[in-house]
Structures are given as C-alpha cells and as structure tokens.
Design a protein around this ligand. Structure first.
Ligand SMILES: *Cc1c(COP(=O)(O)O)cnc(C)c1O
Length: 426
C-alpha cells in the first residue's frame, strides 16, 4: 500500500514558521478513528479494555485522547505510573506490567490501586513483604518457552525472552496466591512482537484460554481477565498489508466461544496492551535536508538524528521516507539518509531509492508514533525534538516543547554551569 504522509509540503512550510524542524507530528484524526475501531472490534466482550502501553508514546495529550475511548494505561515504571496518576487515570484503569521491578514501584502501583501483573514467581513474596498483604486482584505473566509460530511463518522466540512464569510456575503461583487470599486472577502473555498478521491475537488467545481453563480447574482460582498484551503490528514497509482489527476481534471471539464458553468461563474480560498499533502510524518525524555529501556513497544529511528516532540504528528497522512536494517524482537516486551523531549507524535509510533531494527539502519519516520519540536519548549532547499535534480542525498544537541546553545541564545540581558560558544560554 502506498504510504502517504498526513501533511503536505505547504502545511509543513506553515508549521515551521512557528516550530522549526525536526519535530514529531501526530495525527489526531487517525488516532481517534483507530481507537474507535479497536473499541468496536472487541465490543462483543463486555469487560474489554485496551491498556495503552505508555512506554510507546508517553505524552499525556495523546493518552488523554485514547482515554476518551475507554483506554487505560499499561505502565512499567515509576514515572509511567506518575504520568497516569497526573492524568487522573488510576485504579483498575492501570495495568502495571513491569519486570525486574523495584519494590517501591510495586508500592506506588498498589497505592494507585493499579492491577499488578507479576513477571516472576519470586515477586509474590516481594509484593507481600512490600505491601504487608497481597491485593485482591493479581495477574501473572506467562511464558511457555520454545518458539511461537503462526501459519504464515511469522514466529518469535519466547524461550529466549526474560519475561514471565513457566507453565509449571503458573500453576504453583496461582496456588500460592490463592492460599494467600487473592480473589481475582488474570493471565498475561506477550509472545511475538510487531505481528503484521490478523492471526496473532487469535492464536495467542487460544493458548491462553486453554491454559486458563486448566488453571481454574486445577487451582480453583477465579480467572477474571485474560490480557493479550501488545505485539499487534503495523506495516512499516509499503508492501505489507495493514492488520484488520475487526478481523482480529472476530478471531478472538471465535476461540472465546470455542474454549471459554463451554468451560463456563463466559464472563472473562479480554484486555489488550497495544502500543504500536494504537499510535505508530499516526506519528511522523518531519526533518529537513541540510547537507548533501558525495563521497564513496551519496549522503543526505538531515537535521534529525537517532536521538529523535532510534529504531533504525538499534534494530536496522525500516521507516518509509517521503520527500514532501516530490510525492509523485521518480525514485531515481540511491541515498543514505543520515543524522549528525558520531556513530555510523545514525542512518534513517541505507541505499534507499528516493527522488533527487535538494538542501532545504522536507522529509517525512513515517510510522514514528510509537517507540519513536519515546526511545530517544541524549547521546552526543543532542537535544530531543518537540512533539506537535495536528488537530482535527487543521490547527497545530505544541504538546511537548523541544529540549534546550538548560534541560541537558539541569542535572548538574550545585554547579553554576550558566555563569561559565561566555556566549549566553543558547
Ligand atoms: C512494549 C509492551 C507493550 C506494547 O507493545 P507494542 O508492540 O507496542 O504493542 C505491551 N505490554 C508490555 C508488557 C510491553 O512491554
């Protein structure tokens, strides 16, 4: 499917008068339409809730939009919990799916009334010790090991992943929790990442539903919810077909009716923790070409770098690029599109066929709405970019300002660093 940016060259020329590049731009209309579709796709399940994975896009303006569609927050750290709290999202609207968890984070999550999703059997004792008692509702994260495979060949490797309880530990853990007075139980698993397939959730759901039936039978635990977590993917490349969330919802319904209903478990709520699917396609990194360099290869230097979007450097991930105003031009030039870090992996694209790029051209790097800005860091003393929201009425709102040198130096407590600058603050 042809990838079309949600902004035009004219719109960007307008935006940069107020907010210079680089910036992440989010599309309110797209976010809303998708959130509505997710809600509708699982409406057959009365207890359904999507807990947006805060780590994917930790911006309160965006998460508040999702909250209007009933989404809660999936948190995995203290600051993510605090962010949810600040937005007025608390209690069972928070799923705390952490791992290697510091005790005080369990304490904070419990204070907020969040649902605690344990990553390891030894954490039962930790939570009990930290809180004095166990919450009445608890969830355990499952990892069956081995490889996870679907009919289209997509697979992932749970056996290599650090997360979750083994099958045996799930049974043991549920017994212990029940003995210690836990009344309501949940099961969680994340077995494959970025699945561009309508099959992932239904295959995962079947496995978890079958486990739930056995767990309830053998331990007597009252299972109230099954959390399919994240992993629903998006098409980063133009040749991929996007997932159809309605088909995914129907696929889960089918196995629910096959496995849970006959076991008398027709009251189990389905939870999800999607991050990428909720936000990925609705964010784009807008950057300007500032250099062209002709050496052993053809380079285009842009004003964004891996600090703004780490996925290409970190995983060699593909992000589609559109040169604004040249959408229909022939892609006759082979470029490496690079940022300014002193790291040779700071490349948004390698050997990419693109239209001829001139200095000053605006480039849209697609699908940066999840795990984009959020993964950023400050290597080379580079400052993180702004985040802007393109509202439904066409207005643009600054939803996070760009970092300044003050932000970068702010943690040198007690050092009057500003008096040392001969040329002022910027
Ligand atoms: C990262 C993560 C998610 C979200 O994953 P996506 O691939 O963005 O859908 C959900 N749950 C947990 C526990 C995670 O770590």
């Amino acid at each position: 499917m042809k990838k079309i940016p949600f902004v035009t060259k004219e719109k960007v020329q307008d935006i940069v008068k107020e907010y210079p590049t680089p910036f992440h731009l989010y599309d309110e209309k797209g976010i809303r339409e998708n959130a509505k579709a997710v809600k509708e796709a699982f409406a057959w399940n009365p207890g359904f809730r999507e807990y947006f994975a805060v780590k994917a896009t930790p911006n309160p303006y965006l998460i508040k939009i999702l909250h209007e569609y009933g989404c809660g927050c999936d948190c995995s750290s203290l600051t993510e919990l605090m962010l949810s709290e600040a937005m007025g999202i608390a209690g069972e609207e928070i799923m705390f799916s952490s791992n290697d968890t510091p005790a005080q984070e369990y304490w904070y999550a419990a204070k907020l009334g969040a649902i605690i999703n344990l990553d390891d059997i030894t954490h039962i004792e930790l939570v009990e010790k930290t809180l004095g008692t166990l919450p009445e509702t608890m969830s355990c994260r499952y990892n069956p090991g081995g490889v996870f495979q679907m009919s289209n060949g997509i697979m992932d490797n749970p056996g290599d992943s650090k997360y979750g309880f083994t099958t045996q530990q799930m049974f043991e853990g549920f017994r212990i929790l029940k003995e210690k007075g836990v009344k309501r139980f949940g099961i969680h698993a994340f077995l494959a990442s970025n699945t561009v397939s309508n099959e992932y959730y239904p295959v995962l759901a079947k496995e978890l539903f079958e486990l739930a039936v056995k767990l309830e039978k053998e331990t007597g635990a009252d299972i109230k919810f099954i959390n399919l977590s994240g992993g629903v993917g998006i098409p980063y490349t133009p040749d991929q077909e996007p997932n159809d969330i309605y088909m995914i919802g129907e696929g889960v319904r089918k196995v629910y009716e096959e496995v849970l209903m006959p076991a008398g478990m027709g009251d189990v709520a389905i939870y999800t923790e999607m991050g990428r699917f909720m936000m990925g396609p609705y964010g784009q990194l807008v950057t300007r070409a500032i250099h062209e360099k002709h050496t052993h290869k053809e380079y285009i230097g842009v004003d964004a770098c891996a600090v703004d979007l780490m996925r290409p450097a970190m995983y060699g991930a593909y992000h589609h690029i559109t040169v604004l105003g040249k959408e229909e031009a022939v892609c006759g030039h082979k470029y490496d599109v690079v940022g300014s870090l002193c790291e040779n992996n700071d490349k948004f694209a390698v050997d990419r066929m693109l239209p001829e790029i001139e200095k000053g051209d605006y480039l849209v790097i697609h699908d940066t709405g999840a795990h984009g800005y959020a993964m950023g860091y400050n290597y080379n003393g580079k400052l993180k970019s702004a985040e802007l929201l393109l509202k439904e009425d066409g207005e643009v709102q600054l939803i996070r300002r760009a970092e300044t040198p003050e932000d970068y130096f702010a943690t040198f407590d007690g050092l009057d660093i500003y008096s040392k600058f001969r040329f002022g603050r910027r």
